[in-house]
Ligand binder design. Sequence first.
Ligand SMILES: NC(=O)c1ccc[n+]([C@@H]2O[C@H](COP(=O)([O-])OP(=O)(O)OC[C@H]3O[C@@H](n4cnc5c(N)ncnc54)[C@H](O)[C@@H]3O)[C@@H](O)[C@H]2O)c1
Length: 364
Amino acid sequence: MIRFGIIGCGRISEKHVVSIAKCSNARLTDLYDPLPERMEELERKYSLVNRELSTDTVAVAKHSDPDGLLRDANVDAVVIATPSHSHAHLAVAALRAGKPVLLEKPMALSLRDADEIAESAANLRLRVQVCHQLRYRPLMRLAKEWVDNGTLGTIRSGTVTVRLNRSPAYYAAAPWRGSWDQDGGMLLNQGVHLIDLLLWMMGETVDSVYGMLGWGKNVKPTEDVAIGTIRFANGAIGIVEANTISQPNNLDQSLSLFGDLGTISIGGTGLTEVRRWHAVGQETPLLPEAADFDEHLAMYEHFVGSLQGHPHDPLFAVDTPDGRRALETVFAIYESARIASPIRLPLLSFDTRMMADHHFNDNN
Ligand SMILES: NC(=O)c1ccc[n+]([C@@H]2O[C@H](COP(=O)([O-])OP(=O)(O)OC[C@H]3O[C@@H](n4cnc5c(N)ncnc54)[C@H](O)[C@@H]3O)[C@@H](O)[C@H]2O)c1
């Protein structure tokens, strides 16, 4: 049994407690949030789901500081679901306390912080898994298999679109959202999932990036619109097209892969609609139903299994190099927009705070 402590009991933490309740070898034991009412609410949610599942609920310890949770010998692993700027120091503190970490995306807001997490995890031989849950969907897994076994031929192009709506109320509900020093823009908050998928599918080193950013609403300083073109080391081209100003609500997210021998394109608001699944000389396989699949639970099953030493599928190990790769690509789009020039990777250093004096309309 892996006993989890959660640090940060806001909006996304609910998904974590539901998954912990449903996951076969997991249990929630500890919570920390500076707002005690958030811990109460989350504990209630955990008890409710346990009741629905007819599982016994064990009392949950609620702490008045993160160190109390990290010192608790009853905690085997820590979930970090706090505002993004606090991920790095909490992850490093958890690792130093000897706890493996399930870390919300984005991994960090600077490459230096991402590297510190990765180095601590490597030195202490502890796992850090970044929450890019879309990878666990069977449809994505099958697409990845078709790419990796060459069924689509050489992939020449991969594109992702993220066309969402985030209202002023979304930003007002949590003031850290949409700030350069605590969150980053929509590309880092919402876009990073699809960018992770694109990099995973293409399986190639990014060689260079060109980015443009646009600003649509006057409620936050960060971008609402972003375009990134990516040149991979093997010559393939990636395109990222993202916004959070689609009216009147979420329009679409998509991933498309174009190879010499085939095309896969998946889209829709939930990224569950197969628009094309074709390869020369191949029968279209029976495609897994995506709509009802619980990817958060699959992510937990994988993480818990890996901590318990079960053989696990390396395709699903979204560890620190993967988290960093997606970050570096987002940061390269930002840096390219900031200096209005293409960027060659590797990007040696970047911090979202460098964007604070970026004037969208002057540069783009
Ligand atoms: N994987 C996903 O699909 C997904 C979805 C939404 C959010 N997220 C990520 O999860 C994180 C949290 O997002 P959210 O929407 O739940 O935010 P939120 O504002 O709803 O919740 C954050 C919680 O953390 C608490 N908090 C603030 N500082 C803290 C600290 N130092 N220590 C402990 N708790 C602290 C706040 O009181 C709040 O309860 C962000 O990094 C976000 O990018 C991931």
